[in-house]
Design a protein around this ligand. Structure first.
Ligand code: 8IG
Length: 274
């Protein structure tokens, strides 16, 4: 069922954009969704018009898929995502990225806003994800495996592509936008963590904590897609600083960092398909 639903969605995207295949994908996290329509030759489809696509319930933005031409190649941008903490099924959480893979994307960059745990991180930092820790006990691959998508027991040794990381470092060099590296721990949310949970995450080796990205990275790596992850640190995680966490702090930091983030993406995207 899922496979046919994904094929239907990918066929819809090809037909409505007039672009038979897309080479790379980009998922935009909180506060970044307006980036999509700044890209050349952007064609925007509302999630609500794409068969099978879940429609975000929060953020006052119902989500859109944008097809653009970057460096002469068609690129798919998912502006807006649905989260597990909203109550969505895992199959819905990963439906968009699986559609991107079905539409031809061989490389997908996942972006997010996250809390900073590592001593080397401060609000405003951009961080290339090197690996993840799944502390939710959830996994989008639970259930019968469809071998047309990928293997039953996928290797997770290199979920975050070294090639994409070096292209990200090159884009950082070129633009003068600093990019650090770190390990991302997926917490279910919607609460932020307690200070004790953040001490746990730090002990486990996490540099970043967040509520997204990992299910998408798992589903994409299952399908053999090369994954890149970039986090924007919008707050220090609980107990790292004395101040309580607020969603306002998150949105203010995201807004202040937007120009650096988009400069980095503008430099990185054309290199993905070269
Ligand atoms: I933005 O501190 C953002 N997202 N789990 N913890 C978790 N998710 C986040 C945080 C945070 N900040």
């Amino acid at each position: 069922m899922t496979y046919e639903a994904l094929q239907t969605a990918a066929d819809h995207v090809a037909r409505e954009t007039g672009r038979e295949s897309h080479d790379a994908g980009l998922v935009l996290g909180s506060g970044l969704s307006s980036y999509a329509t700044t890209l050349p030759d952007a064609i925007e489809l509302s999630y609500s018009d794409i068969p099978g696509f879940p429609t975000p319930r929060v953020e006052g933005h119902s989500g859109s898929l944008v097809s653009a031409m970057v460096g002469g190649h068609p690129v798919l941008v998912l502006a807006g995502r649905v989260h597990t903490y909203e109550g969505w099924e895992m199959s819905d959480v990963v439906f968009g990225v699986r559609t991107a893979a079905m539409a031809g994307c061989r490389t997908v960059i996942l972006t997010n806003a996250a809390g900073g745990v590592g001593d080397h991180l401060a609000p405003g930092d951009l961080v290339a994800i090197t690996d993840h820790i799944n502390v939710t006990g959830r996994n989008p691959l639970v259930g019968a495996n469809d071998s047309r998508l990928g293997p039953r027991f996928p290797d997770q040794t290199n979920v975050y592509s070294a090639r994409v990381r070096s292209l990200t470092a090159a884009a950082a060099q070129e633009t003068g936008v600093a990019v650090k590296e770190g390990v991302y721990a997926w917490f279910l949310g919607p609460t932020y963590e307690t200070p004790a949970e953040i001490r746990m995450a730090r002990t486990l080796g996490a540099d970043l904590v967040g509520m997204s990205t990992v299910p998408e990275a798992i589903a994409l790596s299952h399908m053999g897609v090369e994954v890149g992850g970039i986090s924007l640190v919008t707050n220090l995680a609980a107990g790292i600083s004395d101040s309580p966490l607020s969603h306002d702090e998150v949105t203010e930091t995201a807004a202040a960092a937007r120009d650096r983030f988009t400069a980095l993406l503008d430099a990185l995207l054309p290199t993905l398909t070269r």
